[in-house]
Design a protein around this ligand. Structure first.
Ligand code: AMP
Ligand code: GLY
Length: 413
């Protein structure tokens, strides 16, 4: 199978690593990729949110399967264009990807499908915003309606700050606060059927102890020793299957990865958000644990053919990833900062380093984004995996670089 992978982050490096180790993959191409992905795949410098450029590249590389990593190409209609061209694509069409692209569309689908989620109102003016805030009470949850790379949500006890965020966003969704631990459950979907991956947990806040602003994600671990047994299956039954059925009923069958971000509240599980793609950085730990070869799974989803896929197999033990961020993230990150120590980090038993926001300039590796590297540690349990990840992270040097020190701390296992 000849595979073309779109994207340039740590999630895509993890996908490339899993695809490159799958003997069914005879050629691996990536666009635009990053220096880490470049060690596994042939890179192509195209605009991946331009449907025409992607269909041209798929033809030039004779791709049997295109795997879309990030949301921007999905929302730009790249999956639609590939399918129209007869190319199998892992990633939903625009109409289905709107489950991530519009928070209010996601709410409509959940309401129609009977999927448990926070009550919410869509608002666009001060009067509507204030009425919604007062209906739900603090802590206030205000979400920009469009794509915001994980940074469009403000959760605050401060009413004035909630109103300020709503004004800055324009169209917003204001919703009930959901208390309880958060879990990310990914499902491979083929339009009709779905198979869950291992539940994982992400750390969204910038600083230790869940302090500071929301980010794209500062670390993750899997499995979750504290999760209720059968969680993934419950999510398939209560959330994923009804959502797929509702999208199908509307003529938008969902093929790709449906990501449910959930709160496990005292009243049961509730969807916080959907994403139309693999989560980042959860994918880095989930794929580390996956023993079933990846390419066949993604191809089966793309071809509407998951029925023949047997149960997935998972490696024993655990994985932890720690994100190394650039100075200034999640605001304006410092780019062009030299990075050293990856080889030393990878000499740590059980650890390896994925590139998330890097570039090579004059032969030197430098930062090119807010989340720069994902250090992954694996081991027989979370304690060992965490120790490996942090020992390796300690070998990396990048002026101004920083990371949380409490990823997967105190979670058991
Ligand atoms: P989202 O982009 O919707 O995933 O929101 C980002 C983060 O904001 C989530 O991971 C939660 O930590 C928090 N959040 C979003 N919605 C809620 C809610 N209704 N109740 C509590 N926390 C929320
Ligand atoms: N880990 C959060 C996200 O991928 O949106």
């Amino acid at each position: 199978m000849r595979v073309l992978l779109l994207g340039s982050g740590g999630r895509e490096h993890a996908l490339a690593r899993a695809l490159a180790s799958d003997s069914a993959v005879t050629a691996l191409h990536a666009a635009p990729g990053n220096p880490g992905i470049g060690q596994l795949a042939e890179r192509h410098d195209i605009a991946i949110a331009n449907p025409r450029e992607v269909t041209d590249l798929a033809r030039r590389t004779a791709a049997d399967l295109v795997v879309i990593g990030p949301e921007a190409p999905l929302i730009a209609g790249v999956a639609d264009a590939l399918r129209a061209d007869g190319v199998a694509c892992f990633g939903p069409d625009v109409a289905a990807a709107m489950i991530e692209g519009s928070k209010s569309f996601a709410k409509q689908i959940m309401l129609a499908a009977g999927v448990p989620t926070a009550s919410a109102h869509s608002c666009q003016d001060d009067a509507g915003v204030e009425a919604a805030l007062d209906e739900f009470g603090p802590p206030y949850v205000v979400k920009a309606d469009g794509l915001a790379a994980g940074k469009g949500v403000v959760v605050t006890p401060d009413r004035a700050a909630a109103i300020g965020h709503a004004r800055a966003c324009g169209q917003v969704v204001i919703e009930e606060y959901l208390a309880g631990p958060e879990v990310s459950v990914f499902a491979l979907a083929d339009g009709t059927r779905a198979i869950p991956l291992l539940p994982a947990q992400d750390f969204k806040r910038a600083h230790d102890g869940d302090a500071g602003p929301n980010t794209g994600g500062m670390g993750a671990y899997a499995p979750l020793p504290w999760a209720p047994p059968g969680l993934a299956e419950d999510v398939i039954t209560a959330v994923i299957e009804p959502t797929l059925a509702e999208l199908r009923r509307r003529g938008s069958p969902y093929r790709g990865l449906l990501y449910a971000g959930l709160a496990l509240t005292p009243a049961g599980l509730r969807v916080i958000e959907f994403n139309a793609r693999f989560g980042d950085p959860e994918t880095q730990v989930v794929l580390d644990r996956l023993a079933t070869p990846l390419a066949g799974l993604l191809a089966a989803s793309a071809h509407g053919d998951l029925a023949g896929t047997g149960p997935l197999t998972w490696r024993d033990g655990a994985a932890v990833t720690v994100v190394i961020a650039a100075e200034g993230y999640p605001g304006r990150p410092a780019t062009g900062v030299p990075i050293d120590g990856i080889e030393a980090a990878e000499r740590t038993p059980g650890a390896y380093v994925l590139h998330a926001g890097t570039t090579r300039r004059d032969g030197e590796l430098r930062s090119s984004g807010g989340r720069v590297l994902d250090v992954v540690g694996a081991g027989p349990d979370l304690t060992a995996a965490r120790a490996a990840a942090y020992a390796a992270a300690g070998q990396i040097t990048m002026p101004g670089g920083w990371y949380r020190t409490d990823i997967a701390a105190g979670v058991g296992g």
